[in-house]
Design a protein around this ligand. Sequence first.
Ligand SMILES: [Zn+2]
Length: 275
Amino acid sequence: MSVDRACERLGQRLQSVDPNDCRRAGFHLGDGASRWHQALLYRDFPARGDVFQPRRVLLIGGIHGDEFSSVSMVFQWMRKLEQERIQPFYWRVIPSANPDGLFANPATRENLAGVDLNRNFPSADWNQRALSYWRSRTGSDKRRFPGKSSMSEPETRWLVSQIESFKPDAIVSVHAPYGVLDYDGPLRPPERFGYLRLQPLGVYPGSLGNYAGVDRKLPVITLELPNAGSMPTAAQSQRIWSDMLNWLARNLPRERPPLYERLDDEVWLNQPRDP
Ligand SMILES: [Zn+2]
């Protein structure tokens, strides 16, 4: 599977994606692929302007394959990132985290193995709660199956490895169709981005918000667009984008924690081993 082929498929599925623009955009192939051997793509947008130690934001679309607008929205925001002259953050963008679900006919929330990737992350409560929660609280809803074990799915393992290697200071995950904003993590939640207002949707065993926000203490913003099949207007999407950038700029710590980790390592290395 190549970037070209992935872009062709994305263009076939989504009117909003021009396959030629996609091919030229500079996507990287992630190591690993989906269950159906579809490419997992990402693209980096380093900070622009006079920025020291830019804070890092991981932007993810399409964890649920049938939420088309979440992938289209991320493609639209990548066009903004291409054009902005000053950009204080280092972005890593994964526009379509569940290509099997997106390319299925009809598209599915789950991946090819029938697993809801957003219930398959290795949250601390997974082993104790994920399957019992699924049976008792969702009535064994097939669309919400968390997998037989956490990280059973290649897409989830790849997303976790992206978090490990990119070390984001915040994660933004785009969904639909609840028309709200949700937040998990250590900071005070944003109240609204554009017309999306804060409405906590709950913390689920195996969700990205639970794993990265609650367990790993990373700010995780979940944007639920109001419609899975159609996009917000250009004005609405711009408003969400600029409110989000303002919130990130105001709320993320100025210094990246990894800087401190490096300093700690140096201090540690200079300590005598046998005092
Ligand atoms: Zn979703």
